[in-house]
Design a protein around this ligand. Sequence first.
Ligand SMILES: [Zn+2]
Length: 409
Amino acid sequence: MDMVYKTGSFEGMKSLNQSTILNLVRLKGPISRAEIAKITKLTPPTVGGLVNELVEKNLIIEQEASKSNVGGRRPIMLSINASAYFVIGVYAAAEVIRVVVATLDGKITFDYVQKITNLPTKSEFLAMVKESIHYVLTEHEVDKKYILGLGVAMHGLVNPDKGLAIFSPHLQLRDIPLKDELETEFNFPVMIENDVRALVIAESWFGQGQGISDFLCISVGRGVGSGIFINNEVYRSSFNTAGEIGHTIVDVNGPVCRCGNKGCLEACASETSILERAQEAIDSGKETILAEWTSGDQSALTIELVFKAAKEGDQLATSILEVTGKSLGIATANMINILKPSRIILEGQIFEGDDNIVVDSLQQMVNQYMLTNLSEDIKVICSKLGKKGMVLGAVALIINKVFMPGGVN
Ligand SMILES: [Zn+2]
């Protein structure tokens, strides 16, 4: 009989031992019951009972090993049945709502993007999110009983405990009760998190943070944010606002930031600031190929175009990207000196591609200002999750709870 893991309640997952076993199978699978007993120091009957429950729930699958062990018997090996259940991930960005369905190993089986064209009111925004999820559920034709939950990665200030998007700077909306609204509408467990903190969880599960206990993610888009992973957990602070690297000061005489201060990292080094600087240079008649390429059309000026100009040797474009990288590098070096994470993961379009000027300038500043000794190996690397990083973060919020001891409450 096809046993189904109960959604909504997450009962059974609260068992610490069961979660430990599940996690062990994920990390070390295919693995035998005997090996699990050895590693966890649980008795073989305890392991057997818990594994059987997980097999019944279809979360673990059994397969005979290809090689026999010493006694001549082929042991039964256990693996995660990643495609038995699904998670819905929602990423609410500045200009789009992206909804995906993914399996337990983070494979996206359905992907839908809804553009936000005009600034919505709070209820319009909630309606858009709900409609997008309904659309995906209908089109994907996944049986609701196989959906473990719904994660939301939301830009701006988020209170995950209350399930509230406190402030969205891009949409200019406050106190959006996402968790309550979506749980009422869909009857799944819903978790919400700030997009960069969700990205951190995605990196930890599927990306460059796998197996790393402490790392930072620096995410650059229209704004700049960071997520801090310490002792295998995302650091939030009691105010849920930790990681606002975008508003650390890198130049006291720098440009005015949208927060009102001068010289914030975000005002010196974001996609917005790159485009503003390039446009200012074009408007003031400075020599740059960008003027010719855009020929008076401000909307033609894009990040891709600035990179293209720099690749073709345009001095102005090159210097804008260098300054951007240097500002990011100073802020990164400061963060490294305070927290000493073993990795810095860079996420965003401006870090993509080989021989990237922004990344090189950033690395140069980190090398110059980072206080470290030879035994401290701190690497700056680029995310490989690409544009799906944040939405995978939304997915990982739920997966994280399913697998980690404690389960979903
Ligand atoms: Zn600021």
